[in-house]
Each structure stands twice: as structure tokens, then as C-alpha cells.
Design a protein around this ligand. Structure first.
Ligand SMILES: [Ca+2]
Ligand SMILES: [Ca+2]
Ligand SMILES: [Ca+2]
Length: 356
């Protein structure tokens, strides 16, 4: 969510960026994450309760990326793999011998191909098992010469919390596996996307932007659930696989082939993008004009915008509680102007523009 905020009536024009996001990295989705960036479309082939990805949310604040993937991860060391495309370059097709092979992932992904437009630069792996007493996190840079390693191993059961679990490299992990709703397990059937979007818990990550190349532009993420050996893919991806997709398995056809890599799998063969886009830290809307008609209650606000996206105009009396005035304002290009009515008798209010 990119936000431009200012305080209006005519004499108060203040443009600043929203800070102080109260995100707790605890595996529970805060309202500040806003709308989902991707929602599951297909019921899981990995059991219910088992492993599922319901929806993805993200927030960039204070030089950190907060990523919330709602759903479940079975306590059998199934892998949640989160590939990040945040900088130029990277691998659209994974090359097993040109990557760190922490957790043996690179050997198993050798030849795996992402959708066009996605070239992976970083990878996080989350897995848990042993009755919830072991939760592990790996981080790797993609490409020859990069390193990858276990960066955190936790015992949530003993710690009695769902996070934050402080890993090395400045990463924090939250994990709440309590969801029992979301998508069903009629493998391959269309998912209830409303139920998926309603899930509040899952894996939450806080990642320093410096760790992923200080991206100035959009960040792309491809998340997937894989078997414990990185060699049997589920049908749970975000961006989602199309309805009708069953587990990919090792070969794309749902078969397990021991000793093989996922090299036969090419995400271009599945409709839609199996990645989602997080708007970059640059380009937050800036308010460039605000006027009030002194003889009426009409107001007009103008801000810097990006083409082809929607904005919301929200108002608040206290910067705490925000109310939407309109959440479907289509960008007019590089600059967008919106006219609206002020509440009668209004003395002071704050307004903000939120990119959707
Ligand atoms: Ca949280
Ligand atoms: Ca890249
Ligand atoms: Ca695709």
C-alpha cells in the first residue's frame, strides 16, 4: 500500500508519508496490510487441514518489507518457498549449479521455469515439523557466488508464541497455523475465494529492504508449497494456479519421480501469472493540490498517480480511524484529480490517498 497523507482544510496543506505502522510479526494479518495482492483460486491437493496458501498481502514501511501469506503449513516439513524478484537480473529458469544449495533446494529446482516477467533474486524457505516444536527459516541469494543458509530455527511450542521469531540478517518470522477455514481440499476444484480472502493467519515475514537489494521499484513474489524434499509441488501457488489444477508433483503431472528435479515444470504452461506484484517503495502518491469552494462544501484534491491503478480517498478526524470516501478512483495518468463533498460543519479533517 502506498499512501500519501495530508491534512486539509484550505489553510492546512501538509504532505508527508505515513509512518508508525503497527505491524507485529506474529502470523496474524493486521488491517494495515489492506487488500490482498493475490487470492487462491484452487482447492489444495495437500490436505485440509494440511498445507494451503489462501492469500498474499504486503506492506513496505520503514525500509522493510512486511509479507503476510495466509494459510497453513503441515507439520511434516513441507516447504513454503517464497521467491522474490526485487532487482534487475536474476534467474527466470533456475540453474541448479549456479546457486547455493542450502536445504538442497537448488538441485531439486534445476531447470524449473517461472512465468515470463519473473526473474528470481532471493529465496526464503519456511518449514516446520516435530509436532510444532521446530520451525525453520532459510534465506538464499539466487545466482552463482551467492550464499544461502539456515537463518533461524525456533521452537514455537516451547516459546509459547507465534512470533516474532528473530532470525539472523534482520529477518523476523511470525507463524500462526490455526486457520481451519480458507480453501477446501477437493483437489483442483475452484476455491471459495471469499473464504480464502477472509483468512487472518499464516506466515508473516519482515525483511529488510537492504537484504533484497534496496528495490526502488515493484517487488514480485512467487510463493509455493512443495513437498519436504523440494521435489513434489502442490497446486498451491500465489499468484494462484487456475481452477482445475491439481498437484504438479515432480513432473507437472502429479507424479513423484525420485531423484528427479522439477526441471520439467514451466509456469508459462499454467494460465495467469504465478507471481504477484508489490508496489515499490518509490512512487507513493503526493498531494499536489487541494481546494475548497468557499461558498459550498465542494472540495477538490489532486495527487501524483501511476497509470492504470485505482486509488482510495480516505478521511480521518484523528489519524487513527480512517473512513473511505471512495475506494475506486481510477488513475487519470500521471496526475489525478477528484472532486468530493465535505461534511457539513466540518472544522478540521485529515485526508489520505491510498494506492490500491
Ligand atoms: Ca501480524
Ligand atoms: Ca530479478
Ligand atoms: Ca503462468
Amino acid at each position: 500500500m502506498r499512501t500519501g497523507i495530508f491534512k486539509g482544510m484550505a489553510v492546512f496543506l501538509l504532505a508527508t508519508s505515513l509512518s508508525g505502522h503497527a505491524i507485529e510479526v506474529d502470523g496474524s494479518r493486521e488491517a494495515q496490510y489492506g487488500q490482498a495482492l493475490a487470492i487462491q483460486q484452487v482447492q489444495t491437493g495437500f490436505g485440509d487441514p494440511g498445507s494451503e496458501l489462501d492469500a498474499a498481502y504486503a506492506l513496505i514501511a520503514e525500509d522493510r518489507l512486511f509479507l503476510m501469506l495466509t494459510g497453513n503449513l503441515e507439520a511434516n516439513f513441507n516447504k513454503l518457498a517464497v521467491f522474490i524478484d526485487s532487482v534487475e537480473g536474476g534467474q527466470n529458469r533456475i540453474l541448479g549449479n549456479e546457486n547455493p544449495n542450502n536445504d538442497n533446494w537448488a538441485e531439486k529446482f534445476d531447470g524449473f521455469t517461472f512465468d515470463t516477467g519473473f526473474a528470481a533474486d532471493y529465496l526464503l524457505i519456511v518449514r516446520h515439523g516435530f509436532g510444532g516444536t521446530k520451525l525453520d527459516l532459510d534465506f538464499a541469494g539466487i545466482g552463482a557466488g551467492n550464499t544461502g543458509a539456515l537463518v533461524g530455527s525456533f521452537n514455537p511450542s516451547a516459546l509459547g508464541t507465534s512470533g516474532p521469531f528473530a532470525a539472523s540478517l534482520g529477518i523476523n518470522l511470525g507463524f500462526n497455523n490455526s486457520n481451519s477455514a480458507g480453501v477446501g481440499s477437493s483437489q483442483g476444484q475452484a476455491a471459495d475465494s471469499t473464504a480464502a480472502a477472509n483468512v487472518l493467519t499464516g506466515v508473516e515475514l519482515e525483511i529488510p529492504l537492504a537484504l533484497i537489494g534496496n528495490p526502488g521499484g515493484d517487488i514480485r513474489v512467487c510463493a509455493m508449497i512443495n513437498g519436504h524434499g523440494h521435489d513434489y509441488l502442490s497446486n498451491q501457488f500465489l499468484g494462484a494456479m487456475p481452477a482445475g489444477t491439481t498437484n504438479l508433483g515432480t513432473d507437472g503431472w502429479g507424479n513423484f519421480i525420485g531423484g528427479s528435479s522439477l526441471g520439467g515444470i514451466d509456469l508459462n504452461n499454467y494460465a495467469g501469472d504465478q507471481f504477484f506484484i508489490i508496489p515499490g517503495p518509490e512512487g507513493a502518491p503526493q498531494v499536489t493540490g487541494f481546494s475548497v469552494d468557499a461558498t459550498s462544501t465542494s472540495a477538490s484534491i489532486t495527487w501524483t498517480s501511476s497509470p492504470d491503478i485505482f486509488y482510495a480517498l480516505e478521511s480521518s478526524a484523528d489519524l487513527q480511524v480512517w473512513e473511505e470516501i471512495d475506494d475506486g478512483i481510477l488513475s487519470q495518468g500521471q496526475s489525478t484529480t477528484y472532486d468530493f463533498q465535505l461534511a457539513a460543519g466540518l472544522k478540521k479533517a485529515f485526508y489520505r490517498i491510498v494506492a490500491r
